[in-house]
Write a protein that binds this ligand. Sequence first.
Ligand SMILES: Cc1cc2nc3c(=O)[nH]c(=O)nc-3n(C[C@H](O)[C@H](O)[C@H](O)COP(=O)(O)O)c2cc1C
Length: 274
Amino acid sequence: MKILDIMRRRRSVRTFDGEALRPEDAERITEYAENAGNPYGIRITWKLLDAKKDGLSSPVIVGTDTYIAGKTDKVPHAEEAFGYSFEKIILFAESLGIGTTWIAGTMDRSAFEKAVELAPGEVMPCVSPLGYPAKKMSIRESMMRKGIKADTRMTFGELFFDGSFDKPLTAERAGRLADALEGVRLAPSAVNKQPWRAVVCGDKTHFYEKRSKGYVSPDGWDIQKIDMGIALCHFEAAAKESGLEVSMEICDPSLPGQEDLVYTATFTVRQSPE
Ligand SMILES: Cc1cc2nc3c(=O)[nH]c(=O)nc-3n(C[C@H](O)[C@H](O)[C@H](O)COP(=O)(O)O)c2cc1C
């Protein structure tokens, strides 16, 4: 299945059918997670957890007892690295027909942190349930989706720009990058805020974070940087599927008109199928 179709099909699943995660699926996910990697070279360790055994709970999840959690050292770019790697795992799970939901807030955090044996200096940013989606969402889940408008996304022209921030980009003008950017547009984000913005300048696509108020904690941890990591993951995967060879670097071009935005990273197209 095409990665862009997997991105289109994925949604947060909070109501599962009650079947335990099959051992072969658990094994596939564990193996994939170990090799997920990220462009920051930051090591993340993953663990599958059993809610019953480890005394875990999330008030929004029903019908599965399996969770995956990741932890990493609290270092610069840990958020983007975590977002990138965890989203790779989430998309892989989707390709196997396994439902997931990014969870940063609605969980018994101290129980999860104990279960992953979080050490000082480490952070466990998010967890996700793993299981098989129920045929019907719970009323609570559908109400939650409506509340955060989970089924809507901003338009191409609101998120992406053509050479400078005063010129919205169209999918037609994006040409060979249209699918990669569409992949970004479809990505999940905390409270569906979609903080990613991107400016295409020739073979370079510069990514920026449009911060919402109240998402950076006093110690500097920025949950929307996790969203940025998710966007980078989607861009790279969909660009590769379009036959583009892309590489990422952190090299702020200091474009004008970006005062309320925080620079994240730049992708350069190295080779395209001409
Ligand atoms: C970093 C991050 C944290 C999230 N935290 C939660 C959470 O604590 N609880 C929850 O129910 N959903 C959480 N979500 C899921 C989002 O609400 C969801 O991705 C968004 O509304 C878009 O809906 P979709 O995933 O169905 O496309 C989180 C998503 C991300 C990316």
